[in-house]
Design a binder for this molecule. Structure first.
Ligand code: UD1
Length: 447
């Protein structure tokens, strides 16, 4: 389907690059003095994607470019690989060729968004049409929006290194917002998480945005009764989770103080799957702890295939621990709302488009990005066995500390206000995740 019509963008936005036909060479190993002003096309607008080469970021960058946005990727490669950028370029070029579209501008700067280089970069993307550029006050920018993915995201690591998490995720955001404000950039999409619902997820009901708010809100419940939601949440179980909640609270405060900000915080449920090409996927530098990547490591190990063949990879896990088989669910294993990463990526484009259109009334708004449907851990195991035609050896284990039994999104708000909903099934999540494994085995390593 044409993404433009899917998102309800009927006329080309000023952001869409109609004249650019080339993709610039990645500016890797970026430093202040190497920014070339010549790389900035002065009559264009850009979306900055911070942390744009990671798992969700890379799929979002591709979705943005396919939709016609000029994109500047900033990534410090701490948990990603520069070759991901080449793959995005390749896929974008293929998509644009197949759809007879010009290729928007796409650039990559290898830098830490918290470094002073970020300010220098934003300076180069300031609007040049303003006569008085001697001060930053009132300076407009060619950056029409920022999508911020760059954050540490391991629950277990955050328990060991809480300060690193608060420093990077919270401190980094505060400084970054201040810088953006100086440059007059106030359109911001934030990567949040369903983890902000804390122990509310234990209640077994679909989670609504109103279950976690940062200012008192009145809303109608499922039966049409008026309810008051107070700010705050209970039962956050990790520093990682607290950073996400704090960041949302900070963003809400910033937007209250200055309603000219336009901020969308996207609460991801469980992102899984990969791009259908098998070229983009989840390939972190760190050892994974999330269910899908762990299953893939097990599958990559010495597991007998259903057809009798056998593959052995060094260092792979021999068995999947199923954490908790006594939850009050259909088969006793935990339920999650698994959302395909391509759907999630489209959700970011939809949120950005809504901010640009100005159709979101509040200066700060949260959105659940999930499917609205839960699947158990065992159902995931079954779907991965089906996709890979291999058996996954499992061991029943104790509940993992901090886990909840069921975490499923209520998805009405995103549907109504963003015109977005997830489309892909768990089977598609499994088959594309497996395609990435197969492709990675055939291809050169990413780095
Ligand atoms: C986890 C984080 C959440 C974060 C999200 C990002 C915790 C407690 N929560 O969510 O804050 O936003 O990742 O994707 O870590 N499972 C197994 N065996 C495994 C791995 C997982 O049985 O080897 C189970 C888990 O116990 C859980 C389910 O699979 O019941 C999903 O786990 P996971 O993929 O780690 O995601 P969440 O815990 O939902």
């Amino acid at each position: 389907m044409d993404m433009q019509s899917y998102f309800g963008v009927s006329t080309p936005s000023p952001l869409l690059s109609s004249s650019s036909t080339s993709v610039t060479t990645p500016d890797t190993d970026y430093s202040d003095d190497r920014i070339s002003v010549n790389t900035v096309v002065e009559d264009a607008s850009y979306i900055f994607v911070i942390g744009g080469l990671g798992y969700i970021g890379s799929h979002t960058v591709l979705a943005l470019v396919n939709e016609g946005y000029n994109v500047v990727v900033v990534d410090d490669l701490s948990n990603s690989f520069s070759t991901v950028f080449d793959r995005i370029k390749l896929l974008a070029a293929e998509y644009c060729r197949a759809n007879c579209r010009d290729l928007p501008l796409l650039r990559f700067y290898h830098l830490d968004y918290r470094s002073s280089s970020m300010r220098a970069l934003l300076w180069h993307y300031r609007a040049r049409t303003i006569s008085d550029l001697t001060t930053l006050a009132g300076c407009r920018s060619m950056v029409a929006g920022v999508i911020h993915f760059a954050a540490l995201k391991s629950v277990s690591e955050s328990l060991e290194k809480p300060l690193a998490y608060y420093q990077n995720n919270v401190g980094g955001l505060v400084d970054f917002l201040s810088t953006l404000q100086e440059f007059g950039i106030k359109r911001f999409v934030f990567s949040s998480s369903a983890t902000v619902y804390g122990s509310l997820a234990n209640h077994g009901v679909p989670l609504r945005e109103q279950h976690c708010v940062h200012q008192t809100e009145t809303y109608l419940d499922a039966l049409g009764r008026e309810r008051v939601a107070e700010s705050g949440v209970r039962g956050l179980t990790s520093p990682y989770g607290r950073t996400k909640w704090m960041c949302e609270a900070i963003l809400a405060d910033v937007a209250t103080a200055d309603p000219s900000w336009q901020i969308a915080a996207l609460r991801y449920f469980n992102p899984v799957g990969c791009h259908e090409s098998g070229l983009l996927g989840e390939d972190p530098r760190q050892i994974p702890t999330n269910l899908f990547p762990v299953i893939i490591r097990v599958l990559a190990g010495a597991q007998p295939a259903c057809n009798g063949a056998e593959t052995v990879l060094d260092g792979a896990d021999p068995v999947l621990n199923i954490f908790g088989t006594d939850w009050g669910t259909s088969d006793g294993t935990a339920v999650r709302d698994f959302i395909h990463v391509a759907d999630l990526a489209r959700g970011h484009v939809a949120a950005l488009a809504a901010l640009i259109r100005g159709t979101i009334e509040q200066p700060f708004r949260t959105f659940n990005l999930g499917t609205g449907q839960g699947h158990t851990v065992r159902e995931v195991v079954d779907s991965m066995e089906k996709a890979s035609l291999r058996q996954i050896p499992v061991r029943n284990a104790e509940r993992r500390k901090g886990d909840v039994g069921s975490c499923v999104a209520e998805v009405q708000r995103a549907r109504q206000e963003l015109g977005w909903s997830a489309e892909k099934t768990l089977g598609e999540c499994a088959s594309t995740a497996w395609a990435f494994v197969i492709n990675s085995e055939k291809a050169q390593p990413l780095d």
